[in-house]
Design a binder for this molecule. Sequence first.
Ligand SMILES: [Zn+2]
Length: 77
Amino acid sequence: MSECPICKRKAVRDGSFCEYHELASDNVHSAFETWNVAIPIKWETYLLQLVDEENLGKFAREIVEYLIQQDDSSKSA
Ligand SMILES: [Zn+2]
């Protein structure tokens, strides 16, 4: 059984995160789809804007920070 890379809770079936971060990840991705229709924006730019958002929820912030890290490591690899 895999665990959430962010909080070490048990990961959900078919997902790489726990139920909280999986939900936050879904929200971040679907919000990006909405944004990208209104204003074409790069994924990286979108994530950085989200991190600056004061009202961003705890789980959402954690997932965004995680995704930014993943993005950085995939670039340098
Ligand atoms: Zn988690």
